[in-house]
Design a protein around this ligand. Structure first.
Ligand code: URA
Length: 203
C-alpha cells in the first residue's frame, strides 16, 4: 500500500464524481508515477564504471528492466507515466473482454513476447475488483514462463486480493488503497466508478 499524502490526494481527485476526464487522467498519471516509483524499490541494480567531469566513479542502472503490460482499456492511462520512469523498458499489451456465454474473461489481444522466462513484468490496471481479469492476464504471463509479476493498481477490493492470493501465481501487488467491498454490480465501494469511462468517456 502506498499511503503517501501526495498519492492519497491524487486518489481523492479520482474518486470525486465531479472530476472531469482531463483532470482524472492527470491524477491517474501522477499517481501511477508514485506507485511505480515505490514498486521499483525492489528492482535489482547493477553497478558499472562511469566518469564524472571530475573523477571516475561507479554508477548504477536497472539490472533487468521490466516489460510493461497495460491491460486495455483502463490501463492505457498508466502507460505513459510508467514508460517515462522506465525508458529502458519495452511494452506489451493485453486486451480482455468478458465472454458473454461463460462470463469468464477472454483475451482479444495478447501482444506479448513468446518467452518471458527471466523477464520481470509490470502489469498496469487501475482497478482490482473481482480479480478475474487480472488473474487471467497474469496467467497469460506465467504460461509464457514469467516468474516475477508486479501488478500496479490504484484501488483493490478485498475479494480481488483474495482471488489473486489463491491463484498461486508469482505476483505482488502495489496499490494506493484497499477499499471496502464490491457491490452487486461488481463495482468497488466506495471506489471511483468505471475507470475506463472516467478517463475516456462512456460508450
Ligand atoms: N472496474 C472499474 O472500472 N471499476 C470498478 O469499480 C470495478 C471494476
Amino acid at each position: 500500500m502506498v499511503n503517501h499524502p501526495l498519492a492519497q490526494s491524487r486518489l481523492t481527485a479520482m474518486r470525486e464524481a465531479g472530476t472531469e476526464p482531463g483532470s482524472f487522467r492527470a491524477a491517474l498519471h501522477e499517481l501511477t508515477t508514485m506507485l511505480v516509483y515505490e514498486a521499483a524499490r525492489a528492482f535489482p541494480i547493477e553497478r558499472y564504471p562511469i566518469e564524472t567531469p571530475v573523477a571516475p566513479t561507479e554508477g548504477t542502472r536497472l539490472a533487468n528492466p521490466p516489460l510493461l503490460v497495460p491491460v486495455l482499456r483502463a490501463g492505457l492511462g498508466m502507460a505513459d507515466a510508467t514508460l517515462a520512469l522506465l525508458p529502458e523498458s519495452s511494452m506489451g499489451f493485453v486486451g480482455l473482454a468478458r465472454d458473454e456465454e461463460t462470463f469468464e474473461p477472454r483475451a482479444y489481444l495478447e501482444s506479448l513476447p513468446a518467452d518471458l522466462a527471466g523477464i520481470p513484468v509490470l502489469v498496469l490496471d487501475p482497478m482490482l475488483a473481482t480479480g478475474g481479469s487480472l488473474e487471467h492476464c497474469c496467467r497469460l504471463l506465467a504460461d509464457r514462463g514469467c516468474t516475477d509479476i508486479t501488478v500496479i493498481c490504484v484501488l483493490a477490493a478485498p475479494e480481488g486480493i483474495a482471488r489473486l492470493e489463491r491463484s498461486g501465481l508469482p505476483l505482488r501487488l502495489v496499490t494506493a488503497s484497499i477499499d471496502q467491498e464490491l457491490n452487486e454490480k461488481m463495482y468497488i465501494v466506495p471506489g471511483l466508478g468505471d475507470a475506463g469511462d472516467r478517463q475516456f468517456g462512456g460508450m
